[in-house]
Design a protein around this ligand. Structure first.
Ligand SMILES: O=C[C@H](O)[C@H](O)[C@H](O)COP(=O)(O)O
Length: 227
């Protein structure tokens, strides 16, 4: 059972004619982009904004009209993956290196629909190393500061052994916490550190999470008090 594809294709049911759609990044979001592409080929008219160069290229391949950030007003619906989801629908994102654009797009979206398999739903965030985007200048100091939050920070590298650079020209540090006790507080504290651009905690940003199970069941978890 391809649970990523299952969740992604379900979420695309929420895409309607005329919408401005935010396109997430990663392997799960790629299934959603392809499904949207199929619907565009069948005559659906939408406009979209992409959260990474990778997603933009995929969308263009499917002839999905991509609008530059500067020309995008409010986004009706964003569909994106996640690395972990907790019971309050708080998330860890950024495993694919796109957390900053993803967070900007999510913040501009009326609805943020997260798509995931059951394996990423956890009681507490933190088993997945938290990605933190940092500026290259003095990044060694920023990494030292990150260690003081009680994690093991690892500067992300490419498969070839080079330092990984985001689409924004920054570095990513993966912070191994194991468990994050207070995600909202940590989010706030991290973003107060000079040198940190943003971190992969998405607090109260998801409107709903589509969870697909190996059994083929799909569950939609909603955040009623938000958005
Ligand atoms: O930076 C990448 C994103 O936050 C992804 O949405 C996240 O890492 C999940 O990726 P995947 O669907 O490939 O597991």
């Amino acid at each position: 059972m391809n649970i990523k594809k299952l969740a992604a294709e379900k979420a695309v049911d929420w895409v309607e004619e005329g919408m401005m759609v935010g396109l997430g990044t990663g392997s799960t979001a790629a299934y959603a982009i392809e499904k949207i592409g199929e619907r565009v080929k069948q005559g659906l008219h939408i406009r979209a904004v992409a959260t990474s160069v990778q997603s933009e290229n995929l969308a263009r391949k499917w002839s999905i009209p991509i609008i530059p950030f500067a020309e995008v007003g409010e986004i009706d619906l964003t569909i994106d993956g996640a690395d972990e989801v907790d019971p309050d629908l708080n998330l860890i994102k950024g495993g694919g290196g796109a957390l900053l654009r993803e967070k900007i797009v999510a913040a501009r979206s009326r609805q943020v629909m997260i798509i995931t398999g059951e394996n990423k739903v956890v009681q507490k965030l933190g088993a997945f190393p938290l990605p933190v985007e940092v500026v290259t200048f003095a990044h060694e100091w920023t990494i030292e500061k990150l260690a003081s939050f009680g994690c093991k920070p690892v500067l992300r590298q490419t498969k070839e052994g080079d330092i990984f650079k985001t689409d924004n020209g920054n570095y990513t540090v993966d912070c191994h916490f194991d468990v994050i006790e207070d995600a909202a507080r940590l989010h706030h504290k991290l973003n107060n550190v000079p040198g940190i651009v943003d971190n992969g905690l998405f607090i109260r940003m998801a409107s709903a999470v589509v969870v697909a199970y190996e059994s083929g069941v799909i569950e939609v978890l909603r955040a009623p008090s938000r958005r």
